[in-house]
Design a binder for this molecule. Structure first.
Ligand SMILES: [Zn+2]
Length: 131
């Protein structure tokens, strides 16, 4: 599973300087949905913190396709090494669907944990919400 995800991410990773203010692709992410589809995204690093993470881009692609449940996700840097998601992306992934907390995340080469492990004491748990 992660072999396919890392292959998909490797096809879009690659730092590219757009201009003096923005560079893209230093990190790429790929996620596998419950429906069996893979979506990818790349990081956008820009002046004034206007960019976003590769996972964020992959989530946007997934949501655009009408899906929101993931079973696995990985982000890689330019060397193909897995990098763990930042706190904002952990939150974004769990907000897409509560079942995403059981998604497998490769956070280092060969080291997989659940999103639940990465986001303990979830503020959304126990609330009277549709979650
Ligand atoms: Zn992030």
């Amino acid at each position: 599973m992660f072999k396919d995800l890392k292959k998909a991410a490797s096809e879009v990773v690659g730092r590219r300087e757009v201009n003096d203010f923005i560079e893209v692709g230093s990190v790429a992410a790929a996620l596998l949905t419950a429906d069996g589809n893979i979506y990818t995204g790349i990081s956008i690093d820009s002046a004034c913190s206007l960019g976003f993470c590769a996972e964020h881009g992959a989530v946007a692609e997934m949501l655009k396709a009408g899906e929101n449940k993931i079973v696995a996700c990985v982000a890689i840097d330019g060397t193909g090494t897995p990098v763990p998601p930042c706190g904002r992306c952990r939150e974004l992934l769990t907000q897409c669907d509560s079942s995403n907390k059981d998604a497998q995340m490769e956070v280092a080469e060969g080291k997989c944990v659940t999103l639940r492990d990465l986001l303990p004491e979830d503020w959304k748990t126990g609330q009277d919400r549709n979650y």
